[in-house]
Design a protein around this ligand. Structure first.
Ligand code: MCN
Length: 790
């Protein structure tokens, strides 16, 4: 397929400094906890201390008697409120309605049992402590195995079992492929449960005005219009009477996409008392009650020829969904994507897979950067390393041999993912060259001889982006998705862009301003980006799934182009020139070759708005709104890592990481690098440290950052990000999204580097994360295993 040239311009593709950063660096940014609002009351929640229990009684009288307490809610106060239910419309997915306050039974530690509204948070917290609840603890279901064993308690009695989804998919002739194989490799991988752990926790504020029946809601969230829609449906307040505002958001990473019970309760309380109400999550609540992510058990079987040719694959992806198939995202969010995207960058015609989701007495699972891809990629790439070793084939050669090649594009995987264009081989080769793969392999044995255990790992990945209707369908989770952007030039000649997408750290204000300035020929400082406010921006589906650069950027480019045409038409009338002969640059329109015939943007805009002689139908208002719902596009990259393991302590030290990113036409390389750095830091946590651990009673034992280990500057090495640019032929300007790639590919690279370092010990690593204690145990177990017969 013919390649497309990446776009370059005065702003596009340039390392423009982030326009939003001055307010963050000077402390002027306002997060939800900072918003000044008079007479605001505070909420605190009483949460279940049990993983699974019947609620025998609740007595709120001691709490209600405390001075400063305004209202206490338990489930019986909210009988008329509909339960939360995931909106995913797949017939086979069983629903697990979740009441915003538990009634009769609690199903995970951290589930809300009561809400206290008080004059301030101190009183609210103290009062919550004085609510007397009697529980009858029940046996808890804390593992996938228990959920499936048919003997463990049921979480939701009407379902009849703990399985909320189970379906098999088949592509090609897998039986024939396995019959033709020289070898079949098989393994089960347990992918850890971890979470986004954003720097800013969740927070919501609501102000219901009784006179107008209007609700103003503020949320540290990712998708303001979707929040408004869901609040409207749960509260029964018409959508046009809800104004949803997203202030600065200190990271979301998917976790702040769904509507949570706390948000509904905050709004309900405000409506009850007619006063503003705020709730800010504390860190312990964040760890227990914000969505967890990525826990899966993946069984893989791979059929190969002795020369390494990949013939077929079987997979079973079982997602541990926690207590409820979570509202607005569903229990399928992990295993469905893992199963569907398992072929990755490889040519695979014969593939059977089964997707299962089970409920357990744990916090519900929701979206986190690289949904499904992280676990699926890690499992496949771990097994591929094992296969290459067993067949005595270089690990990179094994990949190259089975990888989609440049001439194959566009390539449709057997599961129906439609890859546009990519640089899969090139990114692998570049990453390995830059990290010194060949040289490292030649030194590795010598280092081992010196008692130093170093290993190399790499992972080339493909990342789906542009989550519109097409991408959703390709992921196996069909739902319409699209976005809108408005562009207008005000009478003074300045540009305002109103975008349905909403930034929560990605630097979208910068990249959108770059695009607008490019198309409209103005300075960057003459553009303002408005987002995160449903009264000011056109309908949008939010920022997630690496969709904003492609969809928001594409809608903006289309709208800005229409405005540019209107502007040139007016300028042509004023300058008595054909619009085709006009040059738009540096905030001025001039007649080509006649520099004296020039007008400023303000001259033209002022005339367009106020001069009757140039005001014509359609041109008087320099504005346009465009809609965009592109085909899915796939970016790609490759991460390469060298790790050294201290075999006495199990501690892993990573050397500087090399990563290649190809997101088509790059809007801002500096932002792309920042995104990659952040995602790889999260990947290091995922691979080596982070683990939300439950004991057998369903008690979460990692409820502080002393127990739940996030990577720090000591664990995160320097990184070098290299760029390739293979534009998409299917999107405006060839842009592809890239916000998740680092957490899709880098975990496998880190894991495989550690496993490679441990190869001389015959360690079998199948469970993540590879934390120091796990590595220590793996080494001890390997040493105590009898030696294999020669
Ligand atoms: N970009 C670019 N050129 C491209 C593609 C992207 O310059 N060809 C820039 C974009 O303009 C944008 C950034 O890179 O500023 C990410 O773009 P994109 O890949 O479209 O991703 P989204 O903007 O849709 O952001 C969502 C993505 C996801 S899914 C998660 S999760 C995530 C992430 O972004 N959460 C983040 N990055 C995050 N970064 C921060 N700081 N905080 C989060 O919560």
């Amino acid at each position: 397929m013919e390649g497309v040239e990446p776009k370059r311009g005065k702003f596009i593709g340039q390392r423009v400094k982030r326009v939003e950063d001055p307010r963050f660096l000077t402390g002027e940014a306002r997060y939800i906890a900072d918003l000044p609002i008079a007479h605001c009351l505070s909420v605190a929640f009483l949460r279940s201390p049990h993983g699974h229990a019947e609620i025998r009684s609740i007595d709120t009288s001691r709490a209600a008697a405390m001075p400063g307490v305004v209202r206490i809610l338990t489930a019986s106060d909210l009988e008329s409120l509909p339960p939360l239910e995931d909106k995913v419309a797949l017939a086979e997915l069983k629903k697990t309605p979740q009441l915003v306050i538990a009634k009769g039974r609690v199903r995970f530690v951290g589930e809300i049992v009561a809400a206290v509204l008080a004059h301030n948070r101190y009183v609210a917290e103290d009062a919550a402590d004085r609510i007397d609840v009697e529980y009858d603890p029940l046996p808890a279901v804390t593992t996938v195995e228990q959920a499936l064993d048919g003997k463990s308690p049921l979480l939701h009695d009407p379902l009849g079992d703990n399985i909320v989804y189970q379906k098999k998919f088949s592509h090609g002739d897998v039986a024939k492929a396995f019959a033709a194989a020289d070898h079949v490799f098989k393994a089960t991988y347990r992918h850890n449960r971890f979470m986004a752990a954003s720097m800013e926790t969740r927070g919501y504020m609501a102000h219901y005005e009784r006179a107008s029946g209007r609700l103003t809601a503020w949320g540290s969230t990712q998708a303001p219009h979707m929040e408004r829609l869901l609040l409207s449906s749960y509260l029964g307040i018409p959508e046009h009477k809800i104004h949803y505002i997203v202030p600065e958001v200190g990271g979301g990473f998917g976790l702040k996409f769904p509507v949570y019970p706390e948000e509904i309760i905050t709004a309900v309380l405000s409506r009850m008392v007619g006063q503003p109400v705020r709730w800010i999550e504390d860190r312990r609540e964040h760890l227990t009650s914000s969505t967890h992510a990525k826990e899966q058990i993946i069984d893989l079987e791979v059929a190969v020829k002795s020369d390494g040719a990949l013939l077929g694959m079987k997979a079973r992806c079982i997602g541990d969904a926690g207590a409820y198939s979570f509202n607005s995202t569903s229990a399928l969010i992990e295993p469905m994507v893992a199963g569907t995207m398992m072929p990755g960058i490889y040519k695979l015609d014969n593939y059977d897979y089964e997707v299962m989701a089970v409920v357990t007495n744990k916090t519900p699972v929701g979206p986190y950067r690289g949904i499904g891809w992280t676990a699926g990629n890690s499992a496949r790439e771990m097994l591929f390393d094992e296969i290459a070793r067993a067949l005595h084939i270089d690990r990179a050669d094994f990949r190259r041999q089975n990888m989609i090649e440049p001439d194959d594009f566009p390539y449709t995987t057997c599961t129906g993912s439609h890859y546009d264009q990519g640089s899969y081989q090139e990114s692998l080769n570049l990453a390995l060259k830059e990290i010194g793969y060949a040289d490292f392999l030649s030194r590795q044995a010598e280092l081992r001889g010196q008692g130093r255990y170093l290993g190399i790992g790499f992972c080339a990945w493909v990342e789906q982006s542009a989550w519109g209707t097409d991408a959703a369908a390709q992921s196996g989770l069909p739902a319409p998705s699209h976005d809108n952007v408005s562009v207008r030039i005000d009478p003074s000649g300045k540009v305002v862009v109103s975008a349905g997408i909403s930034s929560h750290g990605q630097g979208l204000e910068t990249t959108l301003a770059q695009l607008a300035a490019e198309v409209l020929g103005v300075k960057l400082e003459d553009v303002r980006i408005v987002h995160g406010d449903t009264d000011s921006v056109p309908f949008g589906m939010g920022t997630y799934a690496s969709r904003s650069a492609v969809i928001g950027g594409g809608a903006l480019q289309k709208a800005a182009t229409q405005v540019r045409e209107k502007l040139l038409k007016v300028a042509g009338q004023l300058l008595e020139a054909d619009p085709q002969d006009l040059v738009l640059e540096g905030g001025r329109v001039s007649v080509a070759g006649v520099p004296a015939k020039t007008l400023s943007m303000a001259d033209i805009a002022g005339a367009a708005y106020f001069l009757p002689s140039v005001r014509t139908e359609g041109s008087e208002w320099l504005a346009a709104t465009c809609f965009y719902d592109p085909k899915a596009t796939y970016s790609n990259g490759c991460c390469a890592v060298i790790a050294e393991v201290d075999v006495e302590t199990g501690v892993v030290k990573l050397q500087p990481i090399v990563t290649v990113e190809d997101c088509g036409t790059m809007l801002n390389p500096m932002i792309v690098e920042g995104q990659t750095h952040g995602a790889i830091a999260q990947a290091i946590g995922a691979a080596l440290l982070e683990d939300l651990h439950y004991d057998e009673t369903g008690q979460l034992t990692t409820t502080t950052y002393m127990d739940y280990l996030l990577p720090t500057t000591t664990e995160v090495p320097n990184m070098r990000v290299l760029h390739l640019e293979t534009p998409s032929p299917w999107t405006v300007m060839g842009i592809k999204g890239m916000g998740e790639g680092g957490l899709i590919g880098a975990p496998a690279a880190v894991i495989n580097a550690v496993v490679d370092a441990l190869a001389p010990f015959g360690v079998e690593a199948r469970e993540l994360p590879l934390s120091p204690d796990r590595i220590f145990r793996l080494l001890r177990d390997a040493q105590s295993r009898p030696a294999a017969p020669a």
